[in-house]
Design a protein around this ligand. Structure first.
Ligand SMILES: [Zn+2]
Length: 264
């Protein structure tokens, strides 16, 4: 519970106090004034006498050097009650979009694990997301850490952490319009091909021409005896036009959807 899933565990053997973390008030932002790699090796050097629980890289890396059950040495008098995040960059830098995400993830995790409130604070006796300079001389007098641009980003980090904790609003599922109920004739008709004069050249349509022949006959528009019932010639076209006129359709001798329906 004191190692954050998703953070790369880079434990330092020195520069922290085992246990010693009493009730957690919040998370404190810092600026490395250097690189993630440089800070990673510096925290493992006993001469540093400094460490942080977490560290972000500009391109989105997230390191954890100290368990949150232990006290990192990040902000002097603020160490017993605050977790810490060092951020790659120089004084005056703003956090990158990826760093904002990593800080939000740490804050969201600290909320779930340590009950840290998802709010901005600038009070060393307050709770939430703070920054190093707010602790004044009691916290080492680092008035330029992490810099005004990052301080101005605290609200954005809190907003992103809230989105992580509360779940991002999911877009409403597209409602599929109900399919109009079709009767059997419509289903049948939709499956039938369009027949036109001469379409028997496509042998696959001969069966459908024969069907149309039978239906014309059944509707009282018989094709004369002796005409091949698998050929859509003029004799059949005459009867199709007659049926279409009778049904108030366009008399074009094309057996499409409407004419098939009339035939059925
Ligand atoms: Zn700092």
């Amino acid at each position: 519970m004191s190692k954050m899933p998703g953070a790369t565990w880079r434990p330092t053997p020195v520069n922290f106090t085992r246990g010693g973390q009493s009730s957690v008030r919040g998370v404190v932002l810092h600026i490395m004034a250097g690189t993630l790699a440089g800070t990673d090796s510096w925290f493992k050097n006993p001469a540093a006498e400094a460490s942080s629980h977490f560290g972000t890289g500009k391109s989105g890396a997230l390191y954890q050097w100290v368990s949150t059950a232990d006290k990192a040495w990040a902000q002097a008098g603020g160490n017993p009650n605050w977790l810490s995040i060092e951020n790659e960059g120089q004084g005056g830098d703003a956090l990158t979009n990826a760093q904002l995400d990593r800080c939000a993830e740490v804050l969201a995790w600290a909320h779930k694990t340590h009950g840290v409130l998802l709010q901005v604070t600038s009070d060393p006796n307050g709770r939430g997301l703070g920054h190093h300079a707010m602790g004044g001389s009691a916290w080492g007098g680092h008035t330029a850490c992490p810099g005004t641009r990052i301080v101005a980003q605290k609200a954005e980090i809190v907003a992103r952490a809230k989105a992580l904790v509360n779940g991002k609003p999911t877009p409403p599922k597209p409602t599929t319009p109900p399919k109009p109920t079709q009767n059997w004739t419509e289903i049948l008709v939709n499956a039938l091909p369009t027949l036109t004069k001469g379409c028997e050249k496509n042998a696959a349509l001969k069966h459908d021409i024969k069907t149309a022949f039978k239906l014309l006959d059944a509707r009282g528009f018989p094709v004369p005896e002796g005409v091949d019932d698998q050929t859509f010639g003029e004799p059949m076209a005459i009867q199709v036009r007659a049926l279409q006129k009778f049904k108030g359709l366009k008399a074009d001798a094309v057996i499409g959807k409407d004419t098939w329906e009339a035939l059925h």
